[in-house]
Structure formats: C-alpha cells, structure tokens
Design a protein around this ligand. Structure first.
Ligand code: C5P
Length: 226
C-alpha cells in the first residue's frame, strides 16, 4: 500500500502576500488540489496525509478526493517537522515497510508517468528514490556580489518531489536529524545522513515548485498544456 504525504503547513513568506502559496489558484483550483489529485489519480496511490498549519482556515475540508481517503494532521515549524508529523499520523494499515511518496503541496504540475517511474525505482531499491534533474546552468560561486569561481556542474542534480521511501526508515531518519538539530530540506538528505544512497530518477523539468509570482504564472501556463 502506497500513501502520499503532503507537507502543506508553510506560510509562504518568500512568495509574499497573505495567502499561503499552496492555496494560490491556477486553472481555477488551488495548487494543493492540483498536487493532491495528481497523486491520487495514480492507481498505486491509496490515500493522502496532508500536514496543515495550526489554525489553517483555507483548507477545503476534503475527507476524500477521487474516491480515496484524504487525512489531515498539524504540521510543524519547518518542512521536515511537518513531514515527520504526517508520517507519524498515517493510519496503522500503512506498515513500516510501505512506501510513502512525500510531495510538496506547492508543486502542482506532477505527471502520472513520473509517479510511476519513481515507484518502480523505489520498489526495486531498499534505499528509496527521488525525482530530480541534472543541472543545466553554469554554476558561479559568489563573494560579495562578484564571481570568485566557477564550479563544475558535472554530477550535480536538482532535487524534486515526490521522494519515495519506506515509512519506518524515513520516520527514523527525520527523527534522528531533528534530534541532532540538523536542518534537512528534503527527505533524501535525512536518509543520506543514515548512510544510504537513494536513487535519482530523472523527472520532467516542468514539475516546478511555486516559490515566486513568476513561478505561479509559469505553472498556470504548464497546467494548461496537460
Ligand atoms: O517553503 P518551501 O517551498 O520549501 O515549502 C515546500 C512545501 O513544504 C510547501 O508545500 C509548504 O507548505 C510545506 N511546508 C510545511 N511546513 C513548514 C514549511 C513548509 O509543510 N513548516
């Protein structure tokens, strides 16, 4: 049984404005609804656990979507805290060895073909797998606004979501990072700390995370091309 976990407890300070970015709308629906329905439309995904901020008044209150259960819990101060809370709140039928797909609520343009390829890789790999893409730009090191070096980009990838891991292993890895006071910005980095090497599955570059108003405009354009 595979469940989706959506951290959606961010307040979207980097985007600006009053509306947390997961509730900004494109093509008539909030970003979180695009993300949730993309996941739940996949035949292997049985349900979703959404982490919301305390006092979230914008959550539409779904208990199911596309005929599959949608559960909610309260997230934490950082994204990793929200993911950990959601993993702990999953129903007991989601076993320790069950795969979970952790996906940002602010990534609306996820395609089923990428979900399928990620699941296939993670099922074949005990260490899990994530979607990502190789870096295409030249990388500059900056010092006080000036270029102080050019970094080799060979072997460097951008990390996307979903990220697919076994529920028990990921819960333990995130709890250990929290105990150690180490900030992790994705699930793979928590797993890497426990010495494993998750697989990188090359995903579509249009699976973008909405962080700025320009991203929102681009996401709206991309959704329209589905
Ligand atoms: O801020 P960032 O773009 O990294 O957020 C990625 C996802 O993590 C968003 O869907 C956001 O709502 C979520 N998040 C969360 N809890 C936090 C901070 C962010 O669930 N404390």
């Amino acid at each position: 049984m595979i469940w989706a976990v959506l951290p959606a407890a961010g307040r979207g300070q980097r985007f600006g404005g009053d509306t947390p970015k997961q509730y900004l709308r494109i093509a008539g629906k909030p970003l979180i609804e695009h993300a949730l329905t993309a996941l739940l439309a996949h035949p292997r995904v049985a349900g979703a656990m959404v982490a919301l901020s305390a006092g979230d008044e914008l959550w539409p209150g779904w208990s199911e979507l596309l005929g599959k259960p949608v559960l909610r819990c309260t997230g934490g101060n950082e994204r990793a805290d929200s993911v950990l809370a959601a993993l702990r709140a999953l129903p007991p039928q989601v076993g320790e060895d069950a795969l979970v797909l952790v996906h940002d609520a602010a990534r609306p343009n996820l395609r089923g073909e990428d979900i399928g390829r990620l699941i296939a890789a993670a099922e074949a790999a005990p260490d899990g797998a994530i979607l990502g893409a190789p870096l295409r730009d030249t990388l500059k090191r900056a010092g006080r606004g000036r270029i102080v070096g050019t970094e080799p980009r060979e072997g460097l990838w951008r990390a996307f979501t979903p990220q697919a891991f076994r529920r028990g292993a990921l819960t333990a890895a995130l709890a250990e990072a929290a105990r150690a006071g180490v900030a992790v910005t994705d699930e793979a980095s928590a797993m890497e700390r426990s010495g494993v090497q998750p697989w990188l599955v090359e995903g579509r570059e249009d699976n973008l995370k909405v962080t700025t108003p320009a991203d929102l405009a681009l996401a709206e354009y991309l959704i329209g091309r589905h």
